[in-house]
Design a binder for this molecule. Structure first.
Ligand SMILES: [Zn+2]
Length: 165
């Protein structure tokens, strides 16, 4: 199970360990299993889908949403390892930033997006990890502890990591 400071994760995202390839093949027929509200512990109902892109998939996939009948909260599922609003998996981003910090050059020419990530990572490292002057150390620490290692667009509060199975 992922553990991370709740404030860093986006609101109303339900991370699920899912096979993206299977989801891509099955579409809305994919079996999502049951979902329980973290707050009320009540079962949540299906609440439609959203179309999302993720790296290494040729087309977008349908991600299921759930709604709590008690408190009316709506959660959107997301594959484990993907931050809200970011199509590239955490592991890929980690590898790219680490390569740049270690070698001083980018691993491939799509530099603009990488520069954006590096910039946001460095900002976070300076602000939240003052006691660690080496950015590579900060990056490794965050990656091992499953802490998102760059700032991304803010949503309200925390996420649910409830795994009903
Ligand atoms: Zn609820």
């Amino acid at each position: 199970m992922l553990q991370a400071p709740a404030f860093l994760w986006a609101n109303m995202i339900l991370l699920r360990k899912i096979c993206l390839r299977l989801l891509s093949e099955q579409g809305k027929g994919f079996k999502w299993g049951s979902c329980f509200c973290e707050k009320c512990q009540r079962p949540m109902w299906g609440h439609g889908y959203v179309f999302r892109y993720f790296e290494n998939l040729t087309s977008a996939v349908w991600m299921k949403r759930f709604r709590c009948a008690g408190c009316h909260v709506v959660v959107t599922t997301r594959p484990e390892g993907f931050l809200a609003g970011v199509r590239t998996g955490i592991e890929s981003i980690y590898n790219i930033i680490r390569y740049r910090l270690t070698n001083g050059v980018w691993p491939d020419p799509r530099r603009q997006r990488f520069g954006h990530w590096l910039c946001r990572f460095m900002k976070m490292a300076r602000m939240d990890f003052v006691s660690m002057p080496d950015p590579i150390e900060v990056l490794d620490f965050c990656f091992q502890k499953l802490i998102p290692f760059f700032y991304f667009k803010k949503r309200a509060t925390c996420s649910s990591f409830a795994d009903p199975t």
